[in-house]
Design a protein around this ligand. Structure first.
Ligand code: ATP
Ligand code: MG
Length: 414
């Protein structure tokens, strides 16, 4: 698990704030669910045969003997909350969430045991139009933060019936190739053969090139849906590729599944994954509620954005002070400026003025505010422009009355 250090945090905050604005503009509402849930929620919601539930969850008994799990993803929790709080009584829900998720995986670049997702869920929406909008919200967000070199891949997993025919045929085919499969895939053959399509093993992927394709098993209705989605994406000028092998890791998907990948992340290529999960809400005890969602991996996104996305966060004012009785006055002035929305940092050192000025320079402040014994006796503060090319102190230095701090505030704001 990884610390997020002050040096990196600005990038996170920028991405988060762009996300919030983007979601607000699309009329999405935020939902925050607990990080801890009963294990049963994920076992039922994600599926026992998946890697996430089978191998990756942080599960323990609490003091009341209940089996609890740190959430490995957000969708099951959102679904639970929507059911429990009767949110669907107010119609379909267009929601977003963000926060830490936990999976016991082998840590590497872009893969951590605590990681963060940003996700959108459309609960109770069935139309292909809602799918196109949901995908466009992800696509536009990645454009908004300036991500380049990304690709949208799309597939249709059809209905349960479509998939069960396919599963049978795929199993027959895989059994013939059993000896050529990797260890993980051999184990999956009986539990969850579709997941083998999702294998990250290159040899298995090569082998699968000749496997039967899910596409051939889609009903006419499923196929029509899929074509309509493609048509809408064309109209939106969102480029995509159809990938019939795209199945996604979790059990609950049906019809549309999609991923947005980058060519710069090695085997951690997926930045955003999503799809339709029509059965989830009813599996968890709610009514029949077609739904669709996606999640973006924040660590991967931020890795990809690299340094392009830092803007140096410099305080406007550095408050230099020295001498008896200046402590309280300095802190008081700082508070007044902060109340007025002006970022200001206070020097604590009591060292020489020149040392304090050096520090102000080092952190890149635009102004130094100076309170020494001399100023205090005259009941003024001095304001000095830093990094100024002009040597004329008349244009770079100003004094303000301590009893009229509002004048200083007005000056700094203009
Ligand atoms: P992968 O195939 O890379 O394991 P996944 O299919 O398990 O991904 P999802 O469950 O769809 O991933 O989660 C959505 C997104 O969350 C992923 O596309 C990825 O960006 C991010 N993500 C998933 N697991 C991790 C992790 N362990 N560390 C960092 N990001 C992750
Ligand atoms: Mg995974």
């Amino acid at each position: 698990m990884v610390d997020l250090l002050p040096s990196e945090i600005k990038r996170w905050q920028n991405v988060e704030s762009l996300a919030r604005q983007h979601f607000d503009r699309a009329g999405l509402k935020e939902i925050r669910t607990p990080i801890l849930e009963l294990t049963e929620l994920f076992a039922r919601g994600i599926g026992e045969g998946t890697d996430v539930v089978g191998k990756e969850m942080y599960t323990f008994s609490d003091r009341g003997g209940r089996s609890c799990t740190l959430r490995p993803e957000g969708t099951a929790s959102v679904a639970r909350s929507v059911i429990e709080n009767g949110l669907l009584n107010n119609g379909p829900q267009r929601l977003w969430y963000g926060g830490p998720m936990f999976r016991y995986e082998r840590p590497q670049a872009g893969r951590q045991r605590q990681f963060h997702q940003l996700g959108v869920e459309f609960v109770g929406l069935e139309s292909v139009l809602s799918e196109a909008e949901l995908i466009s919200i992800a696509w536009d967000f990645l454009k908004l933060v300036g991500l380049k070199g990304v690709k949208l891949e799309l597939n249709s997993l059809g209905t349960n019936e479509d998939r069960s025919c396919f599963r049978k045929q795929l199993k027959v085919w895989l059994e013939k190739k059993y000896e050529l499969l990797d260890k993980d895939s051999k184990q999956r053959i009986n539990v969850n053969p579709l997941r083998i399509l999702d294998s990250k093993n290159p040899n298995t992927q090569k082998l699968l090139e000749d496997a039967p394709s899910l596409n051939e098993f889609l009903s006419d209705k499923s196929r029509e849906r899929f074509f309509y989605l493609q048509e809408l994406l064309h109209q939106l000028s969102i480029p995509f590729e159809v990938n019939h092998k795209l199945v996604r890791g979790l059990d609950y998907y049906s019809h549309t599944a999609f991923e947005i990948t980058s060519d710069q992340l090695g085997s951690q290529a997926t930045v955003c994954g999503g799809g339709r999960y029509d059965g989830l809400i009813s599996d968890l005890g709610g009514g029949n509620t077609p739904s669709i969602g996606w999640a973006i991996g924040m660590e991967r996104l931020i890795l990809l954005l690299g340094d392009s996305f830092t803007n140096k966060d410099v305080p406007c004012v550095y408050l230099i002070h020295r001498g008896s009785n200046t402590d309280g006055v300095a802190l008081d002035v700082a508070r007044k400026l902060r109340f007025a929305g002006i970022p200001i940092e206070l020097d604590y050192s009591g060292s020489t003025f020149s040392k304090q000025f050096k520090r102000a320079d080092r952190i890149g402040a635009q102004w130094a505010l100076i309170i020494g014994e001399d100023e205090l006796s005259k009941e003024i503060v001095m304001l000095k422009k830093l990094h100024s090319s002009s040597s004329d102190s008349l244009t770079t230095q100003f004094s303000f009355n301590l009893n009229e701090i509002d004048n200083l505030i007005t000056f700094l704001k203009n």
